[in-house]
Design a protein around this ligand. Structure first.
Ligand code: MAN
Length: 545
């Protein structure tokens, strides 16, 4: 049943004075809806759910489904009460809070019929809020001014880069010209060099063939001489018995040359003729034969055996000797190898003459010391080398310029914001440290994570693109394709930009595994602050009668 209460519809709860600009309206109605509450007409529920006599507004009985007939009482569960809050900002609260004993409005208007004893604090709160708003506005203004200088600097750098690109292109052209010239000079120098080298190589090949032939002849003569020496009976064939007569072939050093030992050198045959000896046999016998010959010391010059160690002996590759491996070389000790007295004279000569195990090594050394080319050829090679060096230098110059140009052009292709305001951030890096990691963001380059303790860093992403919503594209940057997450996707970093007087990382979190969220302030996104009204609270004040 409707209770016709003596609530005044328009109550002057604050004792204000009616002014022309102030609008009379029922309690709890916001200024914006004042026109719907005309005391001279029936009230239409704002949701169209019904029409009631105006006297039913704020009669503490809920008539409209949206609660719009009871803005000043708690009768409707879904209504709203608007605190006028003169001196501060009006506030809408659920109408259920009206007269509930708790002060919600700073002007105490929600507790007009309760024992809460609320005090109007709107003026102080309003002042503090306005001061805070003014401070923020100032910060924003400062950010906006900084943004302007970032724009200016960004544009300047863009221009400079354009100029530099043009310069580099010119330099590259010149360097390419120089390189072509150097290439031509190189070709000209290489022509006679090539001819000379071909000539030189042909002569050298001839010389080599000659040297080889001489060496072969020398080897053969050596073989013949050894053969004659070993062929005791001079019948032109080496036999087992003949080899057995030479301690040289006593491989296991048991004091005699066994048949097996002798046959080893005869390639398991009974005998060996001169031709076979020259082609293969000598090769096998040569190391032991030469070693023994070299170490032979005529009895007159013999020195005490102590301290006379056999020199290290090199067996030619693939030369195997029969018998116990461990004693293989022991027989080479000259003391244990008494020679035939008959042979002594010959061997003495041999020792003095040409049996030098190091002769091959010395030959090679001599060869290396010889000037490589004849003077004429060397001159041509030197000229060509100098031309090649100059060409290489010119080529390096071109490649360096190309590289520099490419990197500058890549930079120019990046999007640094609608007014180049973000360009100045390129080349800088910003860090944020949490409990575990140091995060580093290098705008337009990469995002990185480093453990505070320990080494190594994890790439969270490479510069990708601007990813803000269509209306605010430059409020968000994406860095993609970071290091793969274990059992997951590649890492990525989402950088949200908000206005601040400093470019600074404010926080980094990992809301999903391997997806990082960076919050960064920068003046680059500070827009011009709106004109301050300063006294919104007063503007919207109203007087309730
Ligand atoms: C590292 C860090 C973490 C990440 C895990 C995923 O520990 O990069 O941020 O969550 O790897 O395995």
């Amino acid at each position: 049943m409707r209770l016709l209460l003596s609530f005044c519809l328009f109550c002057a709860t604050h004792g204000g004075v009616v002014k022309a600009a102030e609008v009379l309206r029922p309690r709890g109605v916001p200024l914006s809806k004042a026109s719907f509450y005309d005391p001279t007409r029936d009230f239409h529920c704002l949701d169209g759910s019904g029409t009631i006599p105006f006297a039913y507004v704020n009669d503490d009985y809920c008539d409209c489904q949206d609660g719009s007939d009871e803005p000043g009482t708690s009768a409707c569960p879904n209504g709203f009460f608007s605190c006028p809050n003169p001196g501060h900002i009006p506030l809408n609260i659920p109408s259920s809070r009206v007269n509930d004993g708790i002060c919600d409005c700073c002007d105490a208007s929600d507790e007009y019929a309760s024992a809460a004893n609320c005090v109007d604090t709107c003026r102080e709160l309003g002042r503090a809020a306005r001061e805070e708003a003014a401070k923020q506005r100032q910060e924003k203004m400062k950010g906006y001014e900084l943004r302007k200088s970032m724009i200016e600097e960004g544009r300047k750098r863009k221009k400079e880069a354009e100029v530099k690109i043009e310069e580099l292109k010119k330099k590259r052209e010149e360097a390419e010209k120089v390189r072509s010239e150097k290439e031509e000079i190189k070709k000209i120098a290489e022509e006679p060099e090539k001819e000379a080298l071909e000539h030189y190589n042909a002569i050298e090949a001839e010389r080599k063939a000659q040297r080889e032939a001489e060496q072969k002849a020398k080897d053969e003569a050596e073989a013949r001489e050894a053969f004659a020496h070993l062929d005791n009976d001079g019948d032109g064939v080496l036999t087992v018995t003949e080899l057995q007569s030479r301690q040289t072939f006593d491989t296991n050093r048991d004091g005699e040359v066994s048949e097996e030992e002798a046959k080893f050198y005869l390639k398991q045959e009974e005998s060996m003729d001169l031709d076979t000896f020259i082609s293969t046999g000598w090769q096998m016998m040569r190391p032991v034969y030469k070693y023994d010959r070299r170490m032979f010391i005529p009895p007159t010059q013999a020195i005490p055996s102590e301290g006379l160690e056999p020199p290290p002996m090199q067996l030619e590759e693939d030369t195997e000797v029969p018998g116990d491996e461990d004693t293989e070389l022991e027989h080479l000790d000259p003391e244990l190898d008494p020679e035939d007295e008959d042979d002594e004279e010959e061997e003495e000569e041999g020792a003095e003459e040409d049996f030098d195990l190091n002769e091959d090594a010395e030959d090679t050394q001599n060869e290396e010391e010889e000037p490589k080319y004849d003077e004429e050829t060397q001159k041509l090679v030197d000229v060509a080398n100098a031309a090649r060096a100059e060409y290489d230098e010119a080529d390096r110059e071109v490649r360096d310029l190309v590289r520099e140009l490419r990197s500058l052009e890549e930079t120019q292709e990046k999007e640094y914001g609608p007014e180049e305001e973000f360009r100045v951030l390129e080349g800088n890096c910003y860090e944020y440290t949490d409990r575990e990691y140091i995060y580093r963001l290098c705008p337009f380059d990469k995002a990185i994570q480093k453990p505070k303790a320990g080494h190594g860093e994890t790439r969270l992403g490479q510069w990708g693109e601007w990813s803000g919503p269509e209306t605010d594209r430059y409020s968000r940057m994406m860095y993609n394709n970071g290091q793969a997450c274990w059992n997951g996707p590649t890492r990525s970093a989402d950088v949200r930009l908000t206005c601040g007087t400093e470019t600074k990382l404010m926080s980094v979190t990992e809301p999903n595994r391997c997806e990082y969220l960076f919050i960064m302030t920068t003046p680059a996104v500070c827009s011009k602050p709106e004109d301050a009204s300063g006294d919104e609270g007063f503007e919207h004040s109203h007087i309730e009668l």
